[in-house]
Design a protein around this ligand. Structure first.
Ligand SMILES: *[C@@H]1O[C@H](CO)[C@@H](O)[C@H](O)[C@H]1NC(C)=O
Ligand SMILES: *[C@@H]1O[C@H](CO)[C@@H](O)[C@H](O)[C@H]1NC(C)=O
Ligand SMILES: *[C@@H]1O[C@H](CO)[C@@H](O)[C@H](O)[C@H]1NC(C)=O
Length: 479
């Protein structure tokens, strides 16, 4: 497909746009004072306290304790959970796995998972993605690398919590995956290509990449047709120009909103610069925006969210879990500019779009899930020839969307979404929330209620359940 003229040209354009965006972000952080702001003593001490609180392996935080899970090749995932250990006598409860986005870690979910009611109702796991928080780093963050790791982790976790495997039997309970932003992109890929991993996926504010790219293609090709008609007879078909621009508007808007994706494609020295400069002004700015308009953004809020991005420091690197496990050596001892390179590699290595080349181990592992209860657990589409469009989800999904998302245009993300969902899925919109639904006060309550609804067996209609805590929320699509 590489066009010898177009390819270098488009990469030059992308480079220029990346540089421009980078400069724009610097200017924004200078303008709002974050760039030259010296960290106050208060912030520094809150930050140290928050890092100890969230990352000291020997301490519990909000009823959650630290654990590790080591994969076959030695890769170590760090996660927090409300369950000390699962034995055959442990009462069976649903397992809910939370997957964060950029630039977070398990800490991004702290407001949702600290709920005593939720902790009572289910086993909670909040994991750090590879390269984030306390989990190990990868050499490459290609789709295959990341999805293989994540799948092996979830399969092992299901076994650890008694869902599969020889010793336990909790097959009457559900496994639920809740995911935001990059976590959502990955979970959507799992729901499309490994739907056996969970009984329901709750997916919030992350693009369904296949749908978005097909909406962009559709709009661009109709704009091109309209432009051709216009150029053919400019006077008679004046209105075609307006129609073409109208079709392109969401695409142009999305490209403008996605400037950061381009600035993160720049050569690594520029990426490090964006991560570290102005005392990590870019990440601090993202967290400040994430907080949303409701309630004051306190020094403690700023320190806690930053502690989530930074992960453990060398100090917490010395701590150990009850099982005497520690963070890998290189995790607690890297400068933030390096960690930032890993966290943003998902944008550079094609994790969202590239092919997932499944290993034999993964195929066998997926095949073995939920045996004995096979028919009831498979999606309604399994075995039917119509597989839906490329990237269509094959597991029950609940898409929860803060409509004021500054990063994702709703028209591109929702037009035609019904074709990508199986029976028993729904789209829930939150009109007053932005991109960071696990952080904003009102959407946190909505997410908690939706998870509780799924955990309790999805008995009632979810619409009034969400509306009770979030007036104006609504189920806009059911399949
Ligand atoms: C989807 O949800 C329905 C109703 O809650 C349930 O019966 C079915 O087993 C679920 N399907 C999958 C694949 O989990
Ligand atoms: C972590 O917690 C343990 C147990 O409370 C304590 O002994 C240790 O000093 C703490 N480590 C750090 C780095 O604060
Ligand atoms: C896919 O993975 C297998 C091993 O897991 C490897 O042998 C094969 O070369 C890979 N194929 C591609 C196209 O990457």
């Amino acid at each position: 497909m590489a066009n010898p003229v177009l390819a270098p040209l488009s990469s030059a354009v992308a480079f220029a746009y990346g540089i421009l965006t980078m400069i724009l972000y610097f200017l924004m952080s200078v303008k709002n004072g974050l760039f030259f702001e010296k960290p106050t003593k208060e912030f520094q001490s809150e930050l140290d306290a928050a890092r100890t609180r969230f990352w000291n392996l020997s301490e519990q935080v909000d009823g959650l304790r630290h654990q590790f899970l080591t994969l076959r090749d030695g890769f170590k995932f760090h996660y927090v959970t409300n369950v000390a250990s699962v034995t055959p006598d442990t009462p069976s409860k649903p397992l809910v796995i939370f997957i964060h986005g950029f630039p977070d870690s398990w800490v991004g979910w702290r407001k949702v998972i600290s709920s005593a009611q939720l902790q009572d109702a289910c086993s909670i796991v909040a994991v750090d993605l590879p390269g984030y928080g306390g989990s190990d780093k990868l050499q490459k963050y290609t789709a295959t690398e990341v999805l293989e790791k994540l799948t092996e982790y979830i399969i092992a976790l299901r076994e650890r919590y008694g869902f599969d495997g020889p010793t336990h039997d909790q097959t009457s309970e559900k496994v639920i995956i809740v995911a935001h932003d990059w976590g959502c992109i990955l979970a959507m890929r799992l729901a499309a290509d490994a739907p056996q991993l969970a009984d329901r996926f709750i997916l919030t504010n992350g693009p369904l990449v296949g749908l978005v790219s097909s909406n962009i293609k559709r709009r661009v090709s109709s704009a091109v047709k309209l432009m051709k008609m216009f150029l053919h007879s400019p006077l008679q078909s004046r209105s075609m120009l307006g129609k073409a621009l109208h079709a392109l508007k969401p695409v142009i808007r999305q490209v403008a909103l996605s400037g950061y994706v381009f600035s993160l494609q720049l050569p690594l020295p520029f990426v490090r610069l964006q991560g570290a400069s102005g005392d990590r002004a870019l990440v601090r700015m993202i967290h400040k925006m994430a907080h949303g308009p409701v309630g004051e953004y306190t020094v403690k809020d700023a320190a806690e969210s930053m502690a989530g991005s930074l992960g453990p420091s060398a100090k917490e690197g010395a701590s150990e879990t009850a099982d005497h496990e520690k963070y890998s050596e290189n995790v607690a001892r890297q400068p933030f500019s390096e960690k930032f390179v890993h966290m943003t590699s998902y944008y550079r290595h094609g994790t969202s779009v590239r092919r997932w080349n499944k290993s034999i181990e993964t195929i066998t592992g997926l095949y073995g899930l939920g045996r004995g209860n096979d028919l009831g657990r498979r999606s309604s589409r399994a075995g039917v020839f119509d597989e839906g469009p490329k990237g269509a989800l094959k597991a029950n999904a609940t898409v929860v969307w803060g409509l004021n998302d500054d990063a994702l245009d709703p028209r591109l993300n929702f037009d035609g979404i019904g074709d990508y969902l199986v029976h028993n899925s729904q789209v829930i919109t939150l009109p007053r929330s932005g991109h960071f639904t696990p952080v904003e006060q009102e959407s946190v309550s909505a997410l908690q209620k939706i998870v509780e609804w799924a955990v309790a067996g999805e008995k009632d209609d979810v619409d009034p359940v969400v509306k009770a805590v979030y007036p104006g929320a609504s189920v806009t699509l059911r399949t």
